[in-house]
Design a binder for this molecule. Structure first.
Ligand SMILES: Nc1ncnc2c1ncn2[C@@H]1O[C@H](COP(=O)(O)OP(=O)(O)OP(=O)(O)O)[C@@H](O)[C@H]1O
Ligand SMILES: [Mg+2]
Length: 241
């Protein structure tokens, strides 16, 4: 069964059509990468897939339930999902409070050990008492990862979760993601500009251009023998945009 199914999703901002008739299925337990140039509509699509923003037309179902986008809609379902935004921010005061927040929001008690483990995994235990807002860009992304995974969501949606990080931090977060998926069998959708990251991590990859999914398939096929010329140009680094 597919964990995420988008049918006929379109979205415009003013006169600009940002997504046009997107049909996309993500299989349960897949690690699914979305690649494509800046402005292709990747973030807009992710926000629609996780219920943060309604499409103008079309529909999305996650774990078999149709998203309805109103305030407080799909509450039980939304608590089984998590999203890391392209520019993560602190929601609460300290780093520890930020990571613990999703647990208290879900009424899960006694989470100290769980929070410690999540902080330890992203090497932030030493900064647990610091204000979240003072973290460096890389530390903020590590905090966002710990906050997004601490309660064990079945669907994890990540927008450039390692953007602007050095290789060591990229490896730390990629390893954390792989072990999270192994442990939980979660479905993961990952938007990335880092083509090597898509190759390293994703089972399936989709290429987006100008608000459309040009091609999707097994990651090795998308990179080694794409059927669409535009996908080929993009993965070979020949697409100038
Ligand atoms: N709320 C909004 N109002 C107006 N225009 C928007 C809004 N959100 C996105 N857009 C526009 O929609 C287009 C697609 O944006 P989106 O953020 O989805 O692209 P992206 O593929 O994620 O790009 P990047 O790789 O740079 O993150 C852009 O031209 C952007 O300016
Ligand atoms: Mg984006």
């Amino acid at each position: 069964m597919s964990a995420i199914k988008a049918e006929g999703v379109s979205k415009s901002f003013g006169k600009r059509v940002v997504l046009e008739d997107i049909n996309l299925e993500v299989g349960g337990g897949d690690l699914f990468a979305i690649i494509g140039p800046s402005g292709a509509g990747k973030t807009t699509l992710l926000r629609i897939l996780c219920g943060l923003q309604p499409p103008d037309s079309g529909s999305v179902a996650v774990l078999g339930e149709r998203l309805s986008y109103g305030k407080g809609a799909n509450l039980t379902l939304r608590r089984r999902m998590s999203f890391i935004a392209q520019k993560p921010i602190a929601f609460r005061e300290t780093v520890r409070e930020n990571v613990a927040y999703p647990l208290s929001a879900r009424g899960i008690e006694g989470g100290k050990e769980v929070v410690d483990r999540a902080l330890e995994q992203v090497r932030l235990l030493g900064l647990a008492g610091n204000p979240g807002a003072t973290l460096s860009g890389g530390e903020m992304q590590r905090m966002a990862f710990a906050r997004a995974t601490v309660y064990g969501p079945e669907v994890l949606i990540l927008d450039e979760f390692t953007a602007h990080l050095d290789p060591q931090n990229i490896k730390l977060l990629e390893d954390a993601l792989v072990s999270y998926q192994k442990e939980k069998g979660a479905t993961i959708v990952l938007v990335t500009h880092n083509l090597f990251q898509a190759k390293r991590l994703a089972k399936t990859t989709a290429f987006m251009l100008d608000g459309a999914v040009v091609e999707r398939g097994e990651t090795s096929r998308i990179f080694n023998s794409p059927t669409d010329e535009r996908t080929g140009a993009y993965v070979r680094g020949e697409m100038v945009y």
